[in-house]
Design a protein around this ligand. Structure first.
Ligand SMILES: [Zn+2]
Length: 177
């Protein structure tokens, strides 16, 4: 898999040019002037990480943010955006230096942080981490997002799901091809 960074209009693959995914990338990377939207055009799934910041006009997108852009536990919200919001496109956005990659290595820090910052007992914090970390840990952010996109396309066959990649270095989006 390769990253295709969009630096100008001509970089956008033909199949995305007339889609909300193309618009998403234009707003983020090409500083396109905001258009007015009456309805949501797209559902964006992205990481909760505070360093990820999308530049989007009002009404343009539903956004579900979770650790690692993992939507496995958000399916009712996806269904809602499709059924009620009428979106036909989903963009799933991976990013570099994601905290959900190699989560197990952060076990000690996590447990100590919960004890110190939230006032938890150590045993409870440890159990909490061990129960949930396997659900949210990912090996490789790009592969995970591509697989997750395929899974969602199978589950919602009329919806187009596009994996994208957000670089924290310049806040630009790339297609994953
Ligand atoms: Zn992340």
């Amino acid at each position: 898999m390769e990253l295709l960074k969009i630096l100008s209009e001509k970089d956008i693959p033909e199949i995305y040019k007339n889609t909300p995914v193309g618009e998403l990338v234009r707003y983020q990377n090409l500083k396109k002037e905001f258009e007015t939207y009456q309805n949501a055009q797209i559902l964006v799934g992205m990481c909760m990480d505070n360093r990820n910041q999308l530049i989007l006009p009002g009404n343009f997108a539903y956004i579900i943010r979770t650790g690692g852009a993992n939507l496995r536990y958000s399916e009712f919200k996806i269904s809602y955006a499709i059924a009620i919001g009428g979106v036909k496109h989903i963009a799933l956005i991976a990013h570099n230096n994601c905290g959900m990659v190699n989560l197990m290595s952060k076990k000690e820090k996590f447990i100590e942080g919960l004890c110190q910052n939230a006032g938890w007992e150590r045993e409870r914090a440890e159990e909490h981490f061990m129960n949930y970390a396997p659900m949210f840990e990912i090996d490789n952010e790009i592969e995970f997002t591509v697989e997750e996109s395929r899974r969602l396309e199978k589950k919602y066959p009329l919806i187009k799901v596009t994996p994208l990649y957000y670089s924290l270095d310049d806040n630009m989006l790339s297609f994953i091809i």
